[in-house]
Design a protein around this ligand. Structure first.
Ligand code: FAD
Length: 525
């Protein structure tokens, strides 16, 4: 945490308010009515104005946007957050507030230009290890700033674990629940937002509310996938299941896209939570001639097989890699092999191109970490990340393959980093929530997880724009995941039939448009 400045609270508050006012429109500092209550609050001691604090809150994993807040709150409790939001709400000129989890957004979504950033992870320092409580039912109460890796470790102590994950576990619970939280488990268990029973949320009026499907349900559904627009999530009650011990992890390679997607869709058609033969995880990636078969998401293939895989890549330009996993434990170990054999019978992967690993459950879920640490040690983790993540209807995935993977991507030949492509089932999502997905029963996620040099990210952005333009021209109704839109019209289009509800909920829970300004939905230029 950055060093504290021993400035009296009231001076800090006045300074912040005047700086906030000077950054908001034309209001003159002389117009400011500093609310008396604000001056008496004790959060001042945890508000930081020093350059180190401002700097750390003004960038994100994307490393493309830079926006300076005027202050950063390192809260010691939920009450601190309530006090800050109330202060903004009651101010004659409300200032913007962004909760920041790990700042793993890529387009400034957790920034607050001229406002106050709340460094949620500071709360961890005051929890005394009590940020995650495993309840007597199958759930855990998890504070909003907790990382999923910590949720995993804490719940495993009880032999339990959440069913739905992200690929990477060093993200906060509040941050992923504000988007959706997707991974290879989503086709069967739904996104993380479908695995939450209850939330505590500090709304844009500074009210701390508990909400669930039965209580304050409008806020519950608004906040899940709500891009931080309706409140700051301070606690989530997360569904748990008995944790498996081990994982059979398999990759199969395809040269033909239609066989690849047909097999993916067949495998996700078995998706009942209690359906014994169903897989637990399914994803897919593109393998192209990028110098190495490994990337930060995983190194998987045995070195002795690299040459034969590379030879396929050279022949076909793109090889499609289907990745699946099946969990098992002592009871199911004996039947696992037979079940997988039955499941894989009739799949059309390239003969001789199936690869297997047998790993612990934790090793599987935390598979991205070692890649991260390696890149970090080489200074390559903190480079620009001009990512593009899309959801698109199953009926157009083949057109997307032709027009984007085999045309735009191969022609431009700049793609570095993983390109994900895998399907999921719409019925595992709850349409009352704010998250937006395509209309069809099965839809794909495609993620271009680019890393670029500091002077090159615009070339990747151009490719992203070309992809979006292609989809628009071809009438492929894509929705961005972790969306970035430049103006209100684009947001209205993004939300489609959900826009009116989204806007009404905003007017209700954050009427002064205080929260998560970095999403640029309501406070766009
Ligand atoms: P931040 O970036 O800090 O915040 C994101 C948004 O949520 C902001 O608008 C912020 O204001 C708001 N917010 C933050 N905390 C709260 C809170 N407590 N209450 C309300 N609003 C809040 N996503 C997936 O779904 N699946 C993946 O597999 C996946 N893998 C990833 C791997 C990497 C390496 C990275 C960098 C990102 C990945 N993501 C993935 C994306 C990730 O889910 C989002 O970037 C998410 O927002 C990151 O969480 P964060 O804690 O860093 O949130």
């Amino acid at each position: 945490m950055a060093e504290k400045f021993p400035i009296p609270t009231y001076i800090i508050i006045i300074l912040i308010i005047s700086r906030l006012i000077s950054t908001i429109g034309n209001s003159k500092p002389s117009n400011i009515l500093v609310p008396h209550k604000l001056l008496t609050l004790d959060i001042g001691a945890r508000l930081h104005l020093d350059p180190a604090a401002i700097k750390s809150a003004s960038s994100d994993y994307g490393n493309i946007f830079k926006e300076n807040p005027v202050a950063v709150l390192y809260p010691s409790s939920t009450e601190d957050i309530v006090a800050l939001v109330k202060a903004a709400y009651n101010s004659s000129v409300p200032f913007k507030i962004a909760a920041k989890g790990r700042g793993h957004s890529v387009r400034g979504q957790a920034m607050a230009d001229g406002g106050v950033v709340v460094e949620m992870m500071a709360l961890k320092n005051y929890r005394n290890g009590n940020g995650i409580t495993v309840g007597s039912g199958f759930y855990a109460d998890v504070a909003g700033e907790q990382l999923w890796i910590d949720v995993l470790n804490a719940t495993l102590e009880h032999g339990l674990a959440p069913a739905s994950w992200t690929d990477y576990l060093y993200l906060t619970v509040g941050g992923t629940l504000s988007n959706a939280g997707i991974s290879g488990q989503t086709f069967r268990y739904g996104p993380q937002i479908s695995n939450v029973y209850e939330l505590d949320v500090v709304t844009g009026k500074g009210e701390l509310m508990t909400c669930s499907a039965l209580k304050n349900s409008e806020l519950f559904y608004a906040a899940l996938g709500g891009l931080g627009q309706f409140g700051i999530i301070t606690r989530a009650r997360i569904a748990l299941e008995p944790a498996p011990k081990r994982v059979k992890w398999v990759r199969m390679l395809y040269s033909d896209f239609s066989s690849f997607s047909r097999d993916q869709e067949y495998l996700i058609s078995m998706n009942g939570r209690r359906q014994k033969q169903a897989l637990d995880y399914l994803e897919g990636t593109l393998i192209m001639d990028q110098g190495s078969l490994d990337n930060w998401r995983s190194s998987f293939f045995p070195p002795s097989d690299h040459l034969k895989i590379i030879s396929q890549v050279k022949t076909h330009a793109i090889i499609y890699c289907l990745e699946v996993a099946k969990y098992y434990d002592d009871h199911t170990q004996s039947t696992l092999h037979k079940e997988l054999q039955t499941l894989f019978k009739g799949l059309s992967y390239l003969p001789g191109f199936m690869f297997e690993k047998d790993v612990s459950y934790v090793e599987f879920l935390n598979r991205v970490r070692s890649g991260e640490l390696k890149l970090e040690s080489q200074g390559l983790w903190e480079v620009p990340h001009p990512w593009l993540n899309l959801f698109l209807p199953k009926s157009r995935i083949s057109d997307f393959n032709k027009g984007v993977f085999r045309d735009i991507v191969l022609k431009r030949n700049i793609t570095t980093g993983p390109v994900l492509v895998y399907p999921m089932n719409r019925n595992k999502w709850d349409d009352r929530m704010s998250a937006v997905i395509p209309d069809e029963d099965v839809f794909y996620t495609v993620g271009f997880l680019h890393s670029s040099g500091f002077d090159e990210w615009e070339a990747f952005d151009d490719q992203n724009k070309e992809i979006l333009k292609f989809c628009e021209n071809a009438g492929i109704k894509v929705k961005q995941y972790l969306p970035y839109h430049r103006n209100k019209e684009e947001w209205i289009k993004h939300f489609g039939s959900k826009w009116n509800t989204f806007a009404q909920r905003k007017a209700h829970f954050d009427p002064k448009m205080i929260l998560s300004p970095g999403q640029r939905i309501f406070n766009n230029i």
